[in-house]
Design a protein around this ligand. Structure first.
Ligand code: PLP
Length: 468
C-alpha cells in the first residue's frame, strides 16, 4: 500500500467502523457458528501474490464477521464486559500508526511519561494510597504474577532469583475458594507449586472468611510451612463477592504476609466514592490490580498494577544489558524493569483519551447507572414467583436462576442450562453462567458505555418470555 492507498482505505475503514457500531445491535450477539466453520473457509495455503485491500475486506465480511461474538453490543451481558469506547478506539488507531515500543524511556519519552501520569490519575480516581505507583500491563494475570514474584524475592532477599528454590522453606499462598483461576496459574508459574495454594472457605455472600484464613495460617505454621502471600478478591468472577480487606489486612500485618488485592473487574466502581466501602483497608495492602479494559471503556488490553514497594519490584525484574542503557536511567522510569516482557505497547494513550473524553464525572455517572439498573433487574427477579437470586449484587452483576419450586436441584441445574442455551442461541442477548453452591447460575452483567435502561428492560422481557 502506498500512502494514497492507505489514506483511501483508512477513510473507508472508518466508515465501516462507524457503520458497524451504529448497527451492532442487528447482529446475533453470540456467534452462531460451529467449531471448524471458519477454518474450513480459509485456504490451506497463503497467496504468493499481493492481494487487494478490497479482496481482504470482502473476505473479512464474508468469512470472519459471522464468527465474531459482538462484545460491542449493549446486549452483551456475558462474562465480564470488555467494553471499549469510541475515544479509546481512536487512540488505538494512533497507537497502531505510531507503532511505539515503550520499553525504555528513550524509545519514546512521551509513552513513559504519559504512563507515569496516567498511573497517578488512575490512583487518585480510584482513591488508592498516594505513595503507590506501578505500570500498565496486558492483563490481571500478569499483575498478580508480578505480585507473587516480588513477594517471593523480597522474602528471600532476592536469592531465589539468583540461586533457585534449593534449601528455601515451603511458602504458602492463600486466596478464597471463589478467587479467579489466574492465581492458580500464577502460583504454578512462580514455582511455588499448586499444592501450596490454600483455598479459604467463603461465607454465604461468597466472601473469604477471615477467621478461616487465620486458622489456615496457624495450622501451616505448626506444620513448618512459611505463609507468604494472601490474595483478597475485590469482586470475584462468579458473583463479584468482596473479600473483607480490612479484616484480612489485620491478619496479613500480624503474620507479616504480602497482601495483594485482585480488583480486576470491580475496581472500576471505585471511581464512584460510594463504592469505596469495597476497598476499605486498601492502604494496608502491598499490591493491587485493576483492568480498565473490563468496565472502564478502554480497549483490551489495559491492566493497571500498583505496588507499595516499587524498589522490591524493580529489584525482582531488573536486568541491565549494555544495549538497553540510556543516559537518563537514573532520572526516569524504564518500565521494562517493572514486569516480565521487554517490549511494551503504548497503552497509556487510550486511557488518557478515555478519561479526558468522558471526564471523571462522566465515568461516575455511567458506572452508577449500570449498578442502579442491575439493582432494578435484581428487584424484578426477587418479586417474580419463578425466578430467584443466588448472590448479592454489590455492583452490576446479577446471579439468578429459574426456580418454580417444583424441581429438585439436579433438575433445576439442567433446566437452567437449557434455558440459557436457548436464550443465547436466539441471539438477541448473550449471558454466561457459573455455579454457586453447586447451583447452575445464570450471570447477567451490563457494562457497555451505551447501555440504557431500555436494554435492561428488554433483556428481562426476553428472559421472562422463555418460561411463560
Ligand atoms: N481476576 C478476576 C476477578 C477476573 O474476573 C479475571 C478475568 O475475568 C481475572 C482476574 C483475569 O483477568 P485477565 O484476563 O486480565 O488476566
Amino acid at each position: 500500500l502506498n500512502n494514497e492507498d492507505f489514506r483511501k482505505h483508512a477513510h473507508d475503514l472508518v466508515d465501516w467502523m462507524a457503520d458497524y457500531l451504529e448497527n451492532v445491535e442487528d447482529y446475533p450477539v453470540m456467534a452462531s457458528v460451529k467449531p471448524g466453520d471458519i477454518k474450513k473457509q480459509l485456504p490451506l495455503s497463503f497467496s504468493e501474490e499481493s492481494e487487494s485491500f478490497e479482496a481482504l475486506m470482502q473476505d473479512f465480511e464474508k468469512i470472519i464477521l459471522p464468527g465474531i461474538t459482538h462484545w460491542e453490543s449493549p446486549n452483551f451481558f456475558a462474562y465480564f464486559p470488555a467494553s471499549k469506547s469510541k475515544a479509546s478506539v481512536l487512540a488505538e488507531m494512533i497507537t497502531a500508526t505510531l507503532g511505539v515500543q515503550g520499553m525504555v524511556w528513550l524509545t519514546s519519552p512521551a509513552a513513559t511519561e504519559l504512563e507515569d501520569r496516567m498511573m497517578e490519575w488512575m490512583r487518585d480516581l480510584l482513591g488508592l494510597p498516594q505513595s503507590w505507583t506501578g505500570s500498565i500491563q496486558d492483563t490481571a494475570s500478569s499483575g498478580t504474577l508480578n505480585a507473587l514474584l516480588t513477594a517471593r524475592e523480597k522474602i528471600s532477599n532476592f536469592s531465589i532469583n539468583q540461586k533457585g528454590f534449593g534449601g528455601m522453606p515451603v511458602y504458602r499462598i492463600y486466596c478464597s475458594q471463589e478467587a479467579h483461576s489466574s492465581i492458580d496459574k500464577d502460583v504454578k508459574i512462580a514455582g511455588f507449586g499448586l499444592d501450596n495454594l490454600v483455598k479459604i472457605p467463603v461465607d454465604e455472600n461468597f466472601a473469604m472468611i477471615p477467621e478461616r484464613l487465620e486458622a489456615a495460617i496457624s495450622e501451616d505454621l505448626q506444620k513448618g510451612f512459611h505463609p507468604l502471600f494472601v490474595m483478597a478478591a475485590m469482586g470475584t468472577t462468579s458473583s463479584t463477592a468482596v473479600d473483607p480487606i480490612e479484616s484480612i489486612a489485620k491478619i496479613t500485618q500480624k503474620y507479616k504476609l504480602w497482601l495483594h488485592v485482585d480488583a480486576a473487574y470491580s475496581g472500576a466502581a471505585l471511581v464512584v466514592p460510594e463504592f469505596r466501602w469495597m476497598s476499605a483497608g486498601i492502604e494496608k495492602a502491598d499490591s493491587f490490580v485493576f483492568n480498565p479494559h473490563k468496565w472502564l471503556f478502554t480497549n483490551f488490553d489495559c491492566s493497571l498494577y500498583y505496588v507499595k514497594d516499587v524498589q522490591a519490584l524493580k529489584n525482582t525484574f531488573s536486568i541491565m544489558p549494555e544495549y538497553l542503557k540510556t543516559g537518563a536511567d537514573e532520572e526516569v522510569n524504564n518500565y521494562r524493569d517493572w514486569h516480565i516482557q521487554l517490549g511494551r505497547r503504548f497503552r497509556s494513550l487510550k486511557l488518557w483519551f478515555v478519561i479526558r473524553s468522558f471526564g471523571a464525572e462522566g465515568l461516575r455517572k455511567i458506572i452508577r447507572q449500570h449498578c442502579e439498573w442491575a439493582n432494578w433487574l435484581k428487584q424484578q427477579i426477587e418479586i417474580h414467583p419463578e425466578f430467584e437470586m443466588l448472590a448479592p449484587v454489590p455492583v452490576n452483576l446479577v446471579c439468578f436462576r429459574f426456580n418454580n419450586g417444583k424441581m429438585n436441584e439436579q433438575e433445576l441445574n439442567s433446566f437452567n442450562e437449557k434455558l440459557l442455551k436457548q436464550i443465547n442461541e436466539e441471539g438477541k442477548i448473550f449471558m454466561t453462567h457459573t455455579t454457586l453452591n453447586g447451583k447452575y447460575t445464570i450471570r447477567w452483567v451490563g457494562g457497555h458505555p451505551d447501555l440504557t435502561k431500555a436494554h435492561v428492560e428488554r433483556a428481562w422481557e426476553i428472559i421472562k418470555n422463555y418460561i411463560s
